[in-house]
Write a protein that binds this ligand. Structure first.
Ligand SMILES: [Cu+2]
Length: 380
């Protein structure tokens, strides 16, 4: 009777820890469009985690928030946010520990951008990472954006307040289901009218998701193995534009059928919506709508997706992203459209003692001690 009662009791909730990191103070003394602003960075371990001072420990990241504050740490409008990346500097150590038993394979764990302050997973989900690896496990990179404040005789001074939410494995009381991140991004074909990455002769279904031609907004273009050139940061002339990009093989890369539990969308000012479409079923699985400020240039609100139930996705289906922009100004601006997907990792295994010992022995490569240059988002 007692045993049965104990069995039926709901598992006690996990108690989330949070740690806050402030960027250095940055000065708003110029117009900075996307990817042009000054960057503040910091590297750290989660010191509240039980083992961090001595040994690497598994922790479950349950969310990340990044807001803009003044020097007194009072919140400022989020339109000074270009983006904040939470970077996993211990990815090499992670690989050494898990040896394939974790699908976490990107150094950018979270990206926060204009229109949304945070990403918090549904209850009972988290990204498993290792805290306390040699040379600091995490880095945070805050980039400033300013297209509105033009009084440079009175430069604004601001900083970024970054909060990591997590549960150390040693304090976990109930199950946390493992998530990993994959991204999809809209690309334009440079010097071509239409193109699909690594697919010079697409079939009918794929052809629906061909990247249309456009001009790159930055020198960061890249080529596929057939010499077709692409950019994920393009010029946005006045007017409305809709773009589609196939993401199945080059970005989503599903290993098996699974579910998506959280989606964060990233667009630049003048974005209207970004949709994930299952081309095989013809269904729009999720559409994120953006709200732009009425009185200034900037994204005020971006819709996200978050659900314990999740969106089923299938290894043998084809998926595309569809971005819609409406540049209501009379100048050329710049655009990006990215969806960050957090998917269920169905083969994840909690590392045993031998695996954690490999993590203790791991050393970061020399060049990883320089955080500069790690701030860019978007590349595959
Ligand atoms: Cu961007």
């Amino acid at each position: 009777m007692l045993a049965l009662a104990a069995h039926c009791e709901p598992a006690p909730p996990n108690v989330e820890r949070r740690e806050v990191f402030y960027s250095p103070v940055l000065q708003v003394d110029g117009i900075y469009r996307s990817m042009e602003g000054p960057i503040g960075s910091a590297v750290f371990d989660l010191n509240g985690a039980a083992q961090s001072s001595k040994d690497p420990e598994l922790v479950w990241l349950t969310g990340f928030r990044s807001i803009v504050v003044d020097e007194e740490r009072k919140q400022l409008p989020q339109h000074f946010m270009c983006h904040t990346n939470l970077v996993y500097r211990g990815l090499g150590g992670h690989r050494e520990i898990f040896r394939g038993a974790s699908l976490v394979n990107k150094d950018k764990l979270f990206t926060i951008s204009q229109g949304e302050e945070q990403a918090r997973f549904p209850d009972g989900f988290g990204v498993p990472v290792v805290n306390g690896l040699k040379g600091a496990s995490f880095g945070v990179f805050n980039q400033l954006l300013n297209v509105n404040h033009k009084d440079f005789r009175r430069p604004l001074r601001l900083q970024y307040e970054n909060t990591v939410f997590y549960v150390p494995e040693s304090e976990r009381r109930s199950t946390i289901r493992p998530l990993y991140q994959a991204l999809g991004q809209v690309m334009v074909a440079v010097n071509q009218e239409q193109a699909i990455y690594n697919m010079p002769a697409p079939g009918d279904l794929h052809a629906q998701a061909s990247c249309s031609g456009g001009d790159t907004a930055s020198p960061m273009t890249f080529k596929d193995k057939f010499g077709q050139e692409f950019s994920y940061h393009w010029q946005l002339p006045p007017g409305r534009e809709v773009r589609t990009t196939l993401i199945t093989r080059t970005m989503l890369k599903l290993k098996y059928d699974t579910t998506i539990h959280h989606i964060v969308a990233h667009m630049h000012p003048f974005g209207e919506s970004l949709a994930l479409k299952d081309l095989t079923s013809g269904e729009i699985l999720f559409q994120s709508n953006m709200k732009n400020y009425a009185d200034r240039i900037g994204v005020e609100k971006v819709e996200h997706y978050s659900s314990a139930e999740g969106i089923p996705v299938y290894k043998d289906h084809e998926y595309a992203l569809i971005s819609t922009y409406n540049n209501t100004s009379n100048e050329i601006h710049d655009a990006m459209a990215i969806m960050y997907f957090f998917l269920l990792d169905k083969e994840f295994k909690i590392p045993d003692e031998d695996a954690m010992a490999r993590g203790r022995g791991w050393r970061p490569p020399e060049n990883e001690n320089h955080p500069g240059g790690m701030h860019r988002h978007g590349h595959m």
